[in-house]
Design a protein around this ligand. Sequence first.
Ligand code: UD1
Ligand code: CA
Length: 478
Amino acid sequence: MTTSNVAAIILAAGKGTRMRSERAKVLHELCGEPMIARAVRAVAALKPDPIVIVVGHQAREVEAAVNSSNARFALQEPQRGTGDAARCGLGQLPADFTGDVLITYGDMPAIKGSTLRAFLDAHRKRAAKLSFISIILEDPAAYGRVIRDARGNVDKIVEFRDASPAERAIKEINTGCYIVDSALLRSALAELKPANAQDEYYLTDIVAIARARCGNEKVEAWAADDPVEFAGINSREELANMEAEIRAAVNRKLMQSGVTLVDPSTAYISEQAEIAADCVIGPNVQILGACKLAEGVRIDGTAWLSNVTIGPRCHLKLGVRAEDCIIGEESEIGPFANLRAGTELAGHNRIGNFVETKKARLGRGTKASHLSYLGDATIGADTNIGCGVITVNYDGYEKHHTEIGDRCMVGCDTQLVAPVKVGSDVYVASGTTIIREVPDGALVMSHHPQREKSGWMATWRKRHNDSPDGSLRRKKDQ
Ligand code: UD1
Ligand code: CA
């Protein structure tokens, strides 16, 4: 069914008093992103035009957290309830808009685009004027209750605070997703009155208004079945519970698809991550953002990965941190390696302990096994970077580039003062400071000639009134 002629309004102006936070509730993060970003993404699946986001508390920050090209913002100031918020949102729709309006709340971060699509299809199939999503909960908590008449038709929604004991016993609740014919919405919102326990304009009151105006056959409650998807987040505890639910679902799906999670309770994997079968993820691993792990990748444990693409059969040893980078097939990383943004390893590489890379492209088979900084560098294939090699890329004002060719041996403790270029098949003697271009095939060294002074140590000790074998100083040290 077509999804054209839909506009959306997302209510996100509230402070969220129950969060006890200076930050607006919808800015609190779930699985690494603000709740509002998730809510907008789900709604965007219907391709509504426009998507109006009603902002109020920390309006600017909320606007900045929304990443959608056809979003518009409506300011609700002061915040006088969800009905008042919807009215503000409506003001941002083109005056001649005549389609359906989807209204959701910014504090429902687990809702799925596919569910909203099914909801819209059902609404149109039934030719309803107003539909909302309800769900039956074993513990209906403080949600608004769905009141039905003797025939089972929807009568109205009553907020928990305003509900009688009999109404509170009802287990069918309002999730807070509505699709309303725009003409009906305009007139119903104009009719709202703040006659309730909170002195607010309740959006939920449009249900009774719609029924009175259009008859019960035009008002529908669409029954959902996944309580997690429709949970509203009002407190930090609910936020943490939701995080755990989503995380557990992601982990379950991965395990079902053939990924080993050694300890799922400490695997923090984003919903966007793509992890192939036969990957093994050890304990204490965070895989954030859009990571891609090809088949057979092994992560021993304690790793933090964000937007990293990892080729087949790579092995990440204990303690790898990697961000915005590409690790080619069959590479061995760590223990204790820091791969910063712009690192690109062609494959069969080795990055060992205490190596930091940044904007560094390493050709196939190139290794840096110990204690190095490789920043702003392009290094060819099959080159060996010895222990303690440093690209000196920063002059205090600008960053400069280092280039090293194929099949080089870069000796331990070499500094490359950028900008500088080293050709292919170059042998750099250990302890060399490279300050100008080195041609292909050369040996390069910048050593001071070694000198010895025989018997010097005895003179030195004597000058310090020490014994010939230095034992007095050692005693003093103890
Ligand atoms: C609301 C519903 C309730 C439903 C529940 C589902 C109403 C009156 N009640 O209650 O029936 O069961 O959600 O989770 O709608 N907001 C504004 N401006 C305001 C007030 C709120 O933009 O003036 C926004 C909030 O930022 C939030 C959303 O609307 O994202 C819902 O508000 P909230 O106060 O959380 O409503 P609930 O009490 O949870
Ligand atoms: Ca809520």
